[in-house]
Design a protein around this ligand. Structure first.
Ligand code: FAD
Ligand code: SF4
Length: 485
């Protein structure tokens, strides 16, 4: 156990500071200052090494949290990274981006602030990269079997790393020009700098995983050809179909899906020239949708020099404290102030969009919104409450309705479930023998930690399909759900 009296001596959480807003808005670097190792050790010492560690329950990966808290407290970083890598291929992604359901489940959280699990995680992996402790683990023998992984987000990468290490010859196909899925083209650099992705891809390449960027399966190679060429296929194509807002004026110039906007900025950040880039510079920006994607648009718009940013959410403002009906150890839905929210802009709750209004050039000039009213459980605009919000750029960040289906349906007759996801059984197998599905493509838009957990578990299913047996871990079944209230 870490310090037996740690949680009594240190009752408060202490996390690295965020850089001053004025400073960080001038660049695209991560918003956090580097952590202080002494503080991290003291914080790790707060872990009680619970007999029933509910943090395990909260984490889809089943991370061995008390073990690496103890090792961190003892200053045994090399052992800590081994325990962390035992359950998580990419702690640098979760350590920067995860909303940390483990912390919502932490037993200390019942009557004290939870252990700073996520921060301890990132400190372990940062230290490991700094000291050269993250080395390639190529397989000892090759099986002679081949696997195609389609999609290079966290689910595809986790599946590919597990299968490569198990001795299979793995190729990852990605239709974009660079590998990484939403980690590359979606999530802005101020949340996670791309160098974290690059250093992990270098390890995977050294282990033998092959990357094929710029190849769209279904267009450049048909799904059926791919299936015929490989012994097994993992579909990890994400849930990329955006939810639209079909109200009058939707076709006006300046009304865009959030992802078109975010991807372009990611490309510019990588040094590409983007013709006619959608930019917030000098504009009044309205972001519709209150989730991660919306927050990423807010932070991006401020860095591009927006005149104003207004964020609309149709529902009520969530409570700041855990409400009674979302008790420990569930993950509560709380009012969150992310780094992007801290940087400015106005947040409006109970806002129902009614219409986009045009100027003479056919560009959006404003949004007509009304207060949301709940009628028979439905959210509708309340009559007589309409007002206009000036807008030169509107970003629709209302979530995603599922995976892209045309090519999969046409070329593999792949069934989809009623939530728009590729249909699969609890072991990630689709109706087509040898074709498995992992991550958002099968679960719907979710979290990186779930994508990694599913990628690992789908790899175990593929290995069993190819070899008849497997020693690869399967942390979650495809039917498992988050521990939410
Ligand atoms: C803007 C945004 C911000 C987010 N922020 C967070 C966050 O902070 N924390 C968090 O935990 N989660 C976050 N999420 C959710 C998280 O990113 C996803 O749950 C996760 O990336 C899903 O991983 P995946 O591997 O299933 O799919 P993806 O990451 O979506 O990757 C799928 C890849 O497949 C490729 N592809 C699709 N079709 C084909 C094809 N036919 N041929 C070849 N390639 C194809 C796509 O180009 C894409 O690169 C965010 C999501 C968005 C949209
Ligand atoms: S639940 Fe919290 S205190 Fe208990 S073992 Fe996990 S991290 Fe430590």
């Amino acid at each position: 156990m870490a310090d037996p009296k740690g949680f009594l001596k240190t009752r408060e959480r202490e996390l690295p500071a965020r850089r001053p807003v004025a400073l960080r808005l001038m660049d695209w670097r991560e918003v956090y200052e580097p952590g202080d190792q002494n503080v991290t050790r003291t914080q790790a010492g707060r872990c009680m090494d619970c007999g029933v560690p509910f943090c395990h329950q909260g984490c889809p990966l089943g991370n061995l949290i008390p073990e690496w808290n103890d090792l961190t407290w003892r200053g045994e970083g090399r052992d800590a990274i081994e325990r962390l890598h035992a359950t998580n291929n990419f702690p640098e992604f979760t350590g920067t981006l995860c909303p940390a359901p483990c912390e919502s489940s932490c037993v200390l959280g019942i009557n004290q602030p939870a252990v700073t699990i996520k921060n301890i995680e990132i400190s372990i992996i940062d230290q490991a990269f700094q000291h050269g402790w993250v080395t390639p683990h190529p397989p000892e023998r090759l099986t002679g079997k081949t696997v195609a992984v389609v999609g290079s987000g966290p689910a595809g990468l986790a599946a590919a790393q597990q299968l490569t290490r198990a001795g299979h010859t793995v190729a990852v196909y990605e239709r974009e020009d660079r590998i990484g899925g939403l980690l590359r083209y979606g999530i802005p650099d101020f949340k996670m700098e791309k160098k974290r992705l690059e250093q992990r891809l270098a390890q995977m390449q050294a282990e033998g995983t092959r990357f094929r960027a710029g190849v769209a399966i279904g267009r450049d190679i048909s799904w059926s050809d791919l299936r015929a060429r490989y012994d097994a296929v993992v579909v990890a194509t994400g849930a990329t179909v955006p939810r639209d807002l079909p109200i009058p004026g939707r076709d006006l110039l300046g009304v865009q899906f959030a992802m078109d906007y975010l991807v372009q900025q990611n490309k510019v950040g990588a040094g590409d020239q983007v013709a006619d880039q959608i930019t917030a510079e000098g504009k009044h920006v309205v972001v519709i949708g209150g989730g991660d994607t919306g927050a990423d648009c807010i932070g991006t718009a401020h860095r591009q020099g927006a005149l104003s940013v207004t964020n609309l959410a149709i529902g009520k403002q969530p409570p700041s404290e855990r409400p009674e009906h979302q008790p420990w150890p569930t993950t509560p839905n709380l009012f969150e102030i992310t780094s992007a929210h801290e940087e400015g802009g106005e947040r409006v709750f109970l806002a129902s969009t009614v219409e986009f209004l045009a100027n003479e050039a056919g560009e959006v000039r404003a949004l007509r919104v009304a207060e949301t009213e709940y009628v028979d459980g439905r959210r509708v605009p309340k009559a007589g409450t309409e007002r206009e919000i000036p807008a030169d750029l509107v970003l629709i960040a209302m979530g995603f309705t599922g995976a892209e289906r045309d090519a999969l349906e046409d070329q593999l007759r792949m069934p989809f479930d009623d939530r728009g996801n590729v249909a699969r059984d609890a072991d990630y197998a689709t109706s087509e023998a040898g074709v498995f599905v992992a991550g958002d493509a099968g679960r719907g838009q979710s979290l990186i930690v779930w994508a990694i957990a599913e990628g690992r578990a789908a790899a175990a299913a593929v290995d069993r399909y190819l070899e008849g047996t497997t020693v690869l871990p399967a942390p979650v079944r495809a039917t498992d759900r988050a521990l939410t209230a």
